[in-house]
Design a protein. Structure first.
Length: 449
């Protein structure tokens, strides 16, 4: 006899799915503070330092869209388990890497398997819950994703500083082992889920979308010097749009569901995700550079400086999920953006109070992330789930990468924290507009839940 009730089994399953989200997203930022130590230990170059993160986030972003479609075809629980197992093996390889080349290759493998895991989580949540419970479950995704994105540098710095068992930075990747094992233990409470109609694989579309993502990301790593790739990326977007339209018109399944773009709500959600994670990830990265390179303080000091951002995000996410969102609805994102911008502006006006300002910004961030994913996914139909999950997570990675490149580059170019903080305020202004379109699109046209 099973000792767990149906309700308990569902929430155990949800715990595993959220841990899987956290584990895979954590690795996008956990090396931020540890990168200088890794580069020194493995005799890496300045460009190697940039690739330690990008070797993970680029294949991660590229693999997310096909990962969602593969879950539609072969089963989301099966792909989740396969992805977690592969991710754990790649994490072990990162821990044992004897050279920078081996580490970067292992990071690429990590990113590919992460791209298999993440798109399955949203689909499995929607298959496991229904009614009001589904809304509560989906409302937890935003805080987990937002908090994980900014907690990575803190955790990575603390672990590296602690030098556990003499492993230094290598212990950073061992964090994945218990998280992955917990996910696999909880996965036994999940039922299998796949699209009702088996979609076809659009291999040319996958390759084209991967090329577009690569064309946009590499120039940010190279400081904008590869401008030809950026132009190619813009052209690639147009070619991809034509390919998707023609393939859909011919009755074949495109790389992602074009129906997601029939009203402005979902495209606005993608733009909002890019902007928000560019701000949250980029500001944290710029602050870390400022503390370590500008103020010449330790790895631990930089982690503690950005800790208030994570703490503020955690507190406001809890309050928003339990109390505020029910009373205010998706409009809660607007005061969240205002508070996020106020905190950043405080860091410009009173640099000595930077940790306090980051705490205020974190409080605002939590008010944004909680309603965001609920709104973005509120009208996604079952056959669109894999595509929607893949696209939302892909643009999150793109946003984080762009934030690190643009805001981090602003700091490196000026030697002052003021430039990246002012840049992030401009991004917050754009975020207000995209969120307004996102909420407005939710009320116009489109399709129902």
């Amino acid at each position: 006899m099973n000792p767990f009730s149906t309700s308990t089994r569902r929430w155990i399953a949800l715990t595993g799915l959220l841990v899987a989200e956290a584990m895979n997203l954590l690795d996008a930022t956990i090396t931020t503070v540890a990168t200088p130590v890794i580069r020194t230990d493995l005799d890496g170059t300045a460009s190697d330092a940039q690739w330690i993160a990008a070797a993970y986030t680029l294949p991660f972003a590229v693999a997310l869209v096909p990962g969602g479609r593969l879950g539609d075809i072969h089963g989301r629980r099966r792909l989740l388990v396969l992805g977690v197992c592969g991710f754990l093996l790649a994490s072990a390889a990162c821990t044992a890497a004897p050279t920078m080349t081996v580490l970067l290759v292992a990071r690429v493998v990590q990113g590919c398997f992460a791209g298999l895991v993440i798109p399955q989580t949203i689909g499995l949540i929607k298959a496991t819950f229904d009614g009001p419970a589904l809304g509560r479950a989906l409302s937890l995704i935003g805080p987990v994703m937002g908090l994980t994105a900014v907690a990575g540098p803190v955790l990575g710095g603390v672990i590296t500083h602690a030098d556990l068992a003499g492993l230094s930075w290598r212990a950073v990747f061992l964090v994945n082992i218990p998280l992955g094992l917990l996910t696999l233990a909880c996965a036994r409470f999940l039922g299998e889920d796949r699209a009702a109609r088996r979609p076809g694989l659009d291999v040319p579309g996958f390759l084209l979308s991967g090329a577009v993502a690569t064309a946009f990301v590499i120039p940010t790593i190279n400081g904008g010097t590869s401008w030809g790739l950026s132009v190619a990326g813009v052209v690639g977007v147009a070619v991809l749009a034509v390919h998707v339209r023609r393939r859909g018109a011919s009755g074949r399944d495109p790389v992602f569901e074009p129906s997601l773009f029939r009203d402005r709500g979902f495209p606005a959600a993608l733009a909002s995700s890019v902007l928000y994670f560019a701000v949250s990830t980029g500001v944290v990265f710029a602050v870390v550079l400022h503390v370590q390179d500008g103020l010449h303080r330790s790895v631990l000091a930089s982690s503690l400086t950005v800790l208030p951002f994570s703490a503020g995000l955690a507190v406001s996410s809890l309050l928003a999920g339990q109390l505020l969102l029910i009373r205010t609805g998706p409009g809660l994102m607007f005061p969240g953006i205002a508070l996020l911008a106020a905190g950043i502006a405080g860091g410009v006006a009173v640099p000595a109070w930077l940790p306090v300002a980051l705490g205020v910004a974190g409080l605002g961030g939590g008010l944004v992330t909680v309603p965001f994913f609920t709104v973005a996914l509120s009208r996604v139909r079952p056959h669109e789930t894999g595509s929607a999950a893949g696209l939302l997570n892909a643009v999150q990675q793109l946003g984080g990468t762009l934030g690190v490149a643009v805001l981090g580059g602003a700091y490196l170019g000026t030697g002052s924290l003021t430039a990246p903080l002012l840049g992030s305020l401009a991004l917050c202004g754009a975020l207000v507009l995209t969120v307004a379109l996102m909420i407005g699109g939710r009320k116009t046209g489109g399709h129902g839940c």
